[in-house]
Design a protein around this ligand. Structure first.
Ligand SMILES: [Zn+2]
Length: 377
């Protein structure tokens, strides 16, 4: 009995959140990475996104040089060549690994292996928004053409034009890109919804595709995509939504795990937590136990969070651990937008931009209308 009591007490032992250590962790992530990250070079933009958005959640963006970072991200944009022959390969690449000369302006340079990657386009646009850029140098039509080329007949997306795994993850990236660019011509929404519906498993979570095992990460991608499309309640019945809510709530042990009988892992405090938030039932989970688990994976020496206690922190778990804490209202953190996975502050910046785009289109159409009516008949 004594051991049980001690265990329960230690589970609720208040742990402090080491904000400054986390700021330094993400600063280091932006400067130099350990050798074991070498294989992630082709997707470096994603790691940069974790660090930038992490600093934004921590309200510490003042520690970086925004303009240099914005220019570097624009240098990763795959721009159309003069003859537009690579238009279906546009988007953002993950780093400069392919050896295209550094340039932030078009026209693009033709290279047989150069193309955007849907997750890099998603994290690139998010990073630009976080940095306060107005996306004016994003070639939207090229990004959307690149996106259309990645969608398969079954509604899912490849990550790159050469083909790759195709699943709900890349539907989520595509939906986020269309949402941010405020233009859904980049995808066939109906087909994507059908793929998502087909991925709903017998136990009411979503798998990578039809007939696959339910998983917290895929479930997040499914629900967040439908929310971004504004089609959640149309695509799923009330009964289905209630069963999905139940499947997600059952993922809480102390923190959350991604699948039944798996150990809890920091990142699911965001993947499952944000899904529950989008489904309006996150308040029925136990915040104290969730917080204690996340803080048990905090590295008290170098900052960041690991997937499990006593393991090494990494940028993904460090960022998603912060987002998990933000969802339960950790006082010193900015609120996170659960569907786009950026801060509410960055999301408001996007809303202002989209309003400005709408206003300028309205102005333009009034203008053309005036020209039209003043033409001699
Ligand atoms: Zn994880």
């Amino acid at each position: 009995f004594d051991t049980l009591q001690t265990k329960e007490l230690s589970e609720f032992e208040p742990l402090d959140f080491l904000r400054d250590r986390h700021v330094r962790f993400f600063q280091r992530t932006l400067q130099v990475l350990p050798e074991r990250y070498a294989s992630l070079e082709t997707t470096r933009l994603t790691i940069i996104f974790f660090a930038l958005s992490g600093l934004d959640v921590l309200d510490a963006l003042d520690v970086i040089d925004r303009n240099t970072m914005i220019e570097w991200i624009y240098s990763l944009q795959v721009l159309p060549t003069d003859d537009q022959s690579n238009i279906s390969r546009c988007g953002f690449r993950g780093s400069s690994h392919i050896g295209i000369p550094y340039s932030t302006k078009g026209p693009g340079v033709l290279h047989p292996y150069d193309s955007g990657h849907v997750a890099m386009t998603y994290t690139g646009l998010c990073s630009l928004l976080i940095l306060g850029d107005n996306l004016s140098r994003v070639n939207k039509q090229a990004c959307l053409a690149g996106l259309r080329a990645l969608q398969l007949e079954d509604g899912s997306f490849y990550a790159v034009p050469e083909g790759s795994e195709n699943d709900i993850r890349f539907i989520y990236c595509a939906a986020s890109i269309c949402y941010m660019l405020d233009d859904w011509s980049g995808m066939d929404i109906q087909k994507a919804i059908e793929y998502i519906r087909g991925s709903l498993s017998y136990d009411n979570g979503f798998g990578q595709g039809a007939g696959r095992e339910s998983h917290g990460g895929w479930t997040y991608c499914a629900i967040a995509s439908l929310c971004l499309m504004g089609r959640l309640e149309e695509a799923l019945s009330r009964r289905e939504l209630d069963r999905i809510r139940r499947w997600c709530i059952m993922r809480q042990q102390s923190g959350f795990h991604g699948r039944p009988n798996k150990p809890v892992d920091t990142c699911y405090s965001f993947w499952v937590g944000a899904t529950l938030e989008l489904l309006d039932v996150f308040q029925y989970t136990n915040f104290d136990k969730n917080r204690s688990f996340i803080l048990s994976t905090q590295d008290r020496l170098v900052g960041g969070f690991a997937k499990w206690p006593d393991s090494h922190p990494d940028p993904l778990h460090a960022y998603l651990g912060l987002c998990g804490l933000s969802l339960i209202g950790e006082p010193s953190l900015r609120k996170v937008h659960p569907a786009l996975n950026i801060t509410q502050r960055a999301f408001q910046h996007l809303q202002q931009l989209q309003q400005a785009w709408k206003d300028s289109t309205a102005q333009y159409s009034t203008h053309t209308h005036i020209i039209f009516v003043s033409l001699p008949s």
